[in-house]
Design a protein around this ligand. Structure first.
Ligand code: AMP
Ligand code: MG
Length: 487
């Protein structure tokens, strides 16, 4: 028994939203990594060798009847509606409570077959678990709302992908795994009262102050979801993050990033950059994410329509009102974030931001290193390091002189502006080639590169000479061009 692991509140939803799962069997499961800080955040008494910890985090035991669940959901995948997706290789095992008293769900990924597995095997590779652990913890280090990684377990199994791979389970937490697709599923399969029960559950969990807001609470909830997504997507973009698979089943109501499949932080900047091997048309490119966010929110609004007002016209009007602030909220969040990265004075800097992105694209500038160099220059460092990030010296000098003109030069920057630059511009990101190197090593039995990278990403805004190797951009032969989901 693990203290403080409670039966998931999600289990109180009507039966159609979940499928009970039996206990699993993973006789050779071992804890590969345990996130001690997160363990303490949730007051979980776990240690890496205790049998009960291993068994609980692999779904082999449970303290509560009916606690192990697969969630049901639908979703638009690359624009195509799939009526029944659901957790095909994941299992909700309980709720944990953080230091502020907020409940989070504890979820296992790779724990085996469920009624939603369709043609899949229900499993996950160690590589995929390492990837999600590293990138989600990197996101947490950057201050981006995200699911967190509590543990990786190796299962001792060999699973088949293109080649045989070691199997693993990732134990992750999130305030809620409710997603746009959960509401789409409810709308398509259930009556309005059941849809209302789901919405009330979401409100209680995520926006409890709206519980007293009467019938208008659903429209207000949609507005909150949109606000969280606008801010989240602006943050992603400010760090050069491309989620890669923004299907409606991967967009949360909580505003937490989930589903780290084919995501990536980009190295050299191109606004239309895509990494996912299956995103043939660039639907989820870096510069499409805000627009796709609204498209997904519109699917949520459609699913929630029966909860808004009375009569179709009024319902549509209520949905439109709930979403109307999204473009401005995104724009404010994005221009604020990029403005802080560049140390820009307040006021309309759109022309300079646009010119900067064009210059960065043309000069194939690394989207993190250039900001790090600028932050260091602003703080008294070498201007040559900024210029060196551009393909040619002339491009670098031209852009820097424009920056000097807009900001008045580094001597004109206030201490607050310089401090804001330091907290907006990470010195280290989870670079693809380094993540891939850590995965490759982990899969062949060497955990050290994973541990080193994880440590380097914990406090990504702090200068730390121990981690200099993680600041480097990939050499041409190290560049990762494609990432894959569902591995
Ligand atoms: P994703 O692209 O990770 O959001 O997954 C889309 C759907 O495929 C979800 O319903 C997943 O549960 C399911 N899925 C992904 N990988 C597997 C797998 N190995 N076995 C069963 N279902 C899977
Ligand atoms: Mg998913």
């Amino acid at each position: 028994m693990i203290d403080n692991l409670k039966k998931p509140a999600y289990a109180t939803l009507p039966a159609g939203f979940h499928a009970a799962l039996p206990l699993t069997e993973f006789p050779d499961a071992r804890i590969f990594e345990l996130n001690d800080a997160l363990r303490r955040e949730f007051s979980l008494v776990l240690d890496t060798t205790s049998e009960i910890a291993v068994k609980t985090l692999s779904g082999q035991v449970s303290d509560h009847d009916g606690a192990l669940l697969a969630m049901a959901y639908a979703g638009h995948q690359f624009g195509q509606y799939a009526p029944r997706l659901g957790d095909g290789r994941a299992m909700l095992i309980g709720d944990v409570i953080d230091q502020n008293g907020h409940a989070h769900e504890l979820h296992l990924k790779g724990s085996g077959l469920t009624p939603f597995s369709r043609g899949g095997d229900g499993k996950a590779t160690l590589g995929a678990a390492v990837r999600e652990y590293l990138i989600s913890e990197a996101m947490a280090g950057l201050g981006v709302a995200t699911s967190r990684s509590l543990a990786i377990l190796t299962t001792g199994e060999t699973i088949m992908r293109e080649t045989p791979k070691p199997g693993a389970i990732l134990a992750r937490t999130a305030r809620s795994h409710l997603r746009v697709g959960t509401f789409q599923y409810a709308r398509a399969n259930h009556d309005t009262e059941t849809l209302r029960a789901l919405a009330d559950f979401a409100i209680e969990r995520l926006d409890s102050d709206l519980m007293d807001a009467g019938e208008d609470r659903y429209a207000q909830m949609l507005n909150r979801v949109a606000e969280r997504q606008a801010e989240l997507i602006a943050q992603w973009m400010s760090f050069g993050f491309i989620h890669g698979v923004m299907n409606t089943d991967n967009m949360t109501l909580s505003g937490e990033t989930i589903d780290y499949g084919p995501c990536a932080f980009m190295d050299d900047f191109h606004p239309a950059r895509v990494f996912s091997s299956i995103d043939y048309y660039g639907r989820y490119a870096w510069n499409k994410q805000a627009e796709i966010g609204l498209w997904n929110l519109s699917r949520l609004a459609e699913a929630m329509l029966p909860l808004f007002a009375n009569g179709e016209d009024d319902q549509i009007k209520a949905a439109e009102i709930a979403l109307k602030d999204y473009p401005d909220r995104f724009k404010t969040a994005w221009t604020g974030a990029i403005g802080r990265k560049l140390g820009l004075p307040s006021g309309d800097q759109n022309a300079f931001i646009t010119a900067t992105l064009t210059a960065f694209m043309e000069a194939k500038v690394d989207f993190s290193r250039v900001f790090t160099a600028l932050t260091r220059y602003a703080g008294g460092g070498d201007q040559g390091a900024v210029i060196a990030e551009f393909e040619t010296t002339e491009q670098g000098k031209t852009w820097l002189s424009q920056w000097e003109a807009v900001t008045g030069g580094r001597d004109a920057l206030s201490e607050d502006t310089k401090a804001a630059m330091r907290t907006a511009n990470p010195v280290r990101i989870a670079r693809n080639h380094q993540v891939e190197a850590a995965i490759e090593a982990a899969e062949s039995g060497d955990k050290a590169p994973f541990e080193a990278l994880l440590l380097a990403l914990k406090a990504p805004f702090e200068e730390d000479s121990r981690f200099e190797t993680f600041e480097t951009a990939p050499q041409p032969d190290e560049v990762v061009h494609q990432t894959f989901c569902g591995t």
